[in-house]
Design a protein around this ligand. Structure first.
Ligand code: C2E
Ligand code: CA
Ligand code: CA
Length: 757
């Protein structure tokens, strides 16, 4: 039994959700990228801002310090001037007198002077602590004596008077006539300088320093470097040593501190002196706020990413919930979907095992027609209205229902007995019809019914809900066009048919290989002279399977049409016919044209004709011996195919007949368009039980129509003399029917041809 699943809508839901996920994913990536870009940009921006501010403030600071240092120097100079300008001192002629003067004036000396001294022009000097020494080699002396300067300062030196590390400032002492008499000098201990500069506070952990002669430090936060030079240990920065600073005197350099920290050094020359002052800025400290900001940004980005993940997770949960809802509930009718119905119905079957159930599958007659003629909106109204009444009914009877593909509905219910159920059935069906009536649409439901009856072997309780749906569906499929038949109940006869069909399907291919199919020929008789004018080839199957036995096309052709095997079989039949004709000609027997049937399954006219001609050409037969019977088709596309196949067959010289004309689907329009040669009227025209005169009128019209259109006319199913006479009177060209002959085995047919030609 065919188990029909339709995964179409489900797949659509999945892809829709995939799209949603993708949207989330992509927008997440976009947001994260955007945030990261903003973060990177702001971090860089802040870094630059930090650098800029630090640079500005450091430049200003070092400038301030150089000014302060200059003032200190100027102050030193003015203090020294006090001494050098003293008349008494100028009057001193010997170092002894000068020493006495120093001793008596020592209390007037500023505190930061460590020592004072005086040197004659040849460099011989006396200091306040009574040391005789010569300073002719000292720069601060030479600059004054040479007249380059009137004030000077140099250092650091190891004092020749005290042995301490000092800087020494000097001043010219002049006679009244303005000539240089000697040089007054004072020393300031580096430790005193340190005290002075200690008060200078530098932010960012920076340090202040002064480089003196040869790059030796006058001021340095690390006292070990006082009076010493500094060379960075790292080779990368080695050139930026204190001697370099001494020489360059201004600028900004990056180097390594004595504590091996990366620093920026800002230098500025102290005016009027050979000294350079500088400050250092610790880079790590400088970037401290920036790196803190960076951390904040990174944390913000991480939190945002986590939030996005969380949001995505929540949305996924939400989506899953809606997906579940969508896969459980049909969006149009809000009934359960088929998978959900199957699940719940199976649970019901399992839960109440041993009880009786009815399962119904429902759909509408010609729903496609409602859709095409009234539009999807109207068709949907039918479905919605029907689902309402169905749900109402289910609520009242504790039944379950659901909607499947298109107009398919399902219902399962526990029942007390089949009889009680059937008693109510007509009323229920009637009430459903009435509920749909206000829509004023040709909406007529049909029902396929099956049961679970534990006491009956046939309706046994071991079937799953899918088996039951299959049974109900099959039953529904047997409902005929007759509008009075609204439901069909799955029966043992149907089960046998299904079984037989399955058996047919299992054996068909082997049967073909074993040559179990054969052809019978039914003569076509001319009504003018009662002679045979042709025959129709009709296939038969003599199965080697005892359960199948001798089969007529009514048993297997519909099955082959469903599974497509008819295409293969048709060509086999054609070959049997061609072969038969060839043999008869070879034997010198009389032959008549044979018509063969073409199934509706041949959907490609070109392919069909190609294969047909391919097989035909092997037998070297005149094409006039072959006629092809084609069937009416419903749609316009089919009409095109009919025209095409007919025209192509004509090209090869074959004749074409329209089989079962008037059986329903074709329009007169089509008859006009398709250039067929023969009209084979449907057997039903002869079987209709209408008033005799009306009946005759109709047949008269049909034959006239054929003549008008220049077609040969043929009636099939002529069983009685009366029918034959009537058709003869109406000038019908040929007849085919039991009255003249049933379909005949080959050998009987050969005899028939011999006798009737
Ligand atoms: P069809 O093409 O309309 O064939 C005519 C059917 O009417 C044949 O039934 C024939 O035996 C039957 N018949 C002929 N005269 C009378 C009569 O006076 N009274 C009654 N009651 N029946 C009559 P058959 O052989 O059982 O074939 C049934 C159908 O199977 C055919 O209807 C045709 O549609 C299909 N068929 C048969 N052979 C082939 C074939 O080789 N290929 C295809 N595609 N279909 C075939
Ligand atoms: Ca036929
Ligand atoms: Ca026919």
């Amino acid at each position: 039994m065919a188990r029909l699943y339709n995964y179409g809508p489900h797949r659509k839901t999945i892809s829709r959700h995939m799209a949603k996920y993708l949207c989330f994913f992509v927008s997440g990536i976009i947001i994260i990228s955007f945030l990261s870009a903003v973060a990177v940009y702001s971090v860089n921006f802040i870094k630059k801002a930090v650098e800029h501010t630090s640079r500005n403030s450091s430049e200003m600071l070092v400038h301030e310090y150089s000014l302060v240092s200059k003032y200190l120097y100027e102050e030193t100079c003015s203090e020294l001037k006090q001494f050098s300008k003293s008349r008494e001192f100028s009057a001193c002629k010997t170092h002894k007198q000068r020493l006495d003067w120093f001793t008596s004036h020592l209390n007037q000396k500023p505190d930061f002077f460590n020592n004072i001294g005086y040197a004659t022009l040849d460099g011989d000097a006396i200091t306040a602590n009574n040391v005789n020494l010569n300073i002719s080699d000292r720069d601060y002396f030479k600059e004054i004596v040479s007249g380059q300067k009137i004030e000077s300062i140099h250092g650091p030196y190891v004092s020749r008077a005290t042995g301490e590390t000092v800087v020494i400032a000097s001043q010219g002492v002049f006679n009244l006539d303005g000539t240089l008499q000697g040089v007054m000098f004072c020393s300031i201990k580096l430790s005193t300088l340190a005290m002075l500069t200690e008060k200078l506070d530098i932010k960012n952990d920076g340090r202040f320093f002064i480089v003196g002669d040869e790059g030796k430090f006058l001021c340095h936060y690390d006292t070990r470097y006082l009076g010493e030079k500094y060379v960075p240990t790292d080779s990368k920065f080695r050139e930026f040593d204190s001697e370099f600073f001494f020489k360059s005197r201004r600028g900004i350099y990056e180097t390594l501190s004595s504590e091996n920290r990366e620093i920026q050094v800002y230098l500025e020359a102290i005016e009027k002196t050979p000294f350079t002052c500088g400050i250092t800025v610790d880079k790590k400290r400088m970037y401290f706020s920036y790196s803190q900001f960076k951390i904040v940004i990174i944390i913000v980005v991480i939190i945002t990413v986590m939030l996005i993940c969380l949001l995505t997770y929540i949305s996924t949960l939400f989506l899953n919930m809606t997906t579940r809802h969508e896969s459980y509930y049909d969006s149009l009718t809000n009934l359960w979907t088929r998978p959900k119905f199957e699940k719940e119905a199976q649970t019901m079957l399992d839960k109440y095992r041993g009880s009786r159930f009815v399962l119904i599958e429902m759909d509408f007659r010609g729903f496609k027609f409602i859709n095409q003629s009234f539009g999807a909106e109207e068709a949907n109204k039918v479905l919605v209205e029907f689902s309402k009444v169905l749900l109402d009914y289910c609520k009242k009877t504790s039944a379950l229902c659901g909607r499947g593909y298109a107009d398919h509905f399902y219902m399962i219910s526990k029942i007390d007995s089949v009889n009680v159920f059937l008693e109510d059935l007509d009323d229920v069906v009637q009430s459903f019809e009435e509920a749909l009536a206000p829509l004023e649409l040709p909406a007529h439901p049909k029902y396929g019914i099956t049961f679970v009856l534990p006491e009956r072997k046939f309706y046994n309780q071991n079937k799953t809900v899918i088996d039951l749906i299959g049974e109900a569906s099959y039953a529904k499929g047997t409902i005929k066009e007759n509008i009075l038949q609204t439901y069909a109940i799955y029966s043992s006869l149907m089960a046998e048919t299904i079984e037989k069909e399955q058996r047919i399907e299992r054996h068909m291919e082997k049967a073909l290989d074993r040559g179990e199919f054969y052809v019978m020929y039914q003569p076509k008789i001319s009504l003018i002279d009662d002679k045979i004018k042709g025959a129709e080839a009709l296939v038969r199957w003599n199965s080697s399977n005892p359960k199948l036995g001798e089969l007529s096309p009514g048993d297997f052709v519909p099955v082959f049409e469903r599974n497509g095997f008819i295409v293969q079989l048709d060509f086999e039949v054609y070959e049997m016919v061609f072969k038969f004709l060839r043999e008869q000609i070879n034997l010198g027997n009389p032959v008549v044209p044979i018509s063969v049937n073409m199934s509706r399954n041949h959907s490609n006219p070109d392919k069909f004709v190609k294969e047909f001609v391919n097989r035909f050409s092997k037998y070297d037969l005149p094409p006039e011996l072959i006629e092809i019977e084609i069937l009416e088709r419903a749609s316009e596309g089919d009409a095109y195919n009919l025209i095409r196949v007919t025209e192509k067959l004509h090209q090869y010289g074959f004749s074409v007949a329209m089989d079962d004309f008037g059986s329903g689907q074709s329009s007169l329009n089509m008859l006009n368009e398709v250039p067929i040669d023969v009209l084979k009227f449907d057997q039903n025209f002869l079987r209709r039980q209408s008033v005799k005169t009306d009946h005759q009128k109709m047949i008269t019209t049909l034959i006239e129509l054929g003549k008008q259109l220049n077609k040969k006319t043929l009636f099939e199913g002529v069983e009685t003399e009366e029918q034959r006479d009537m058709l003869k009177q109406l000038n019908c060209d040929q007849v085919q029917g039991y009255f003249y002959s049933k379909p005949l085995y080959e050998k009987d047919f050969i005899q028939f041809v011999k006798q009737h030609s």
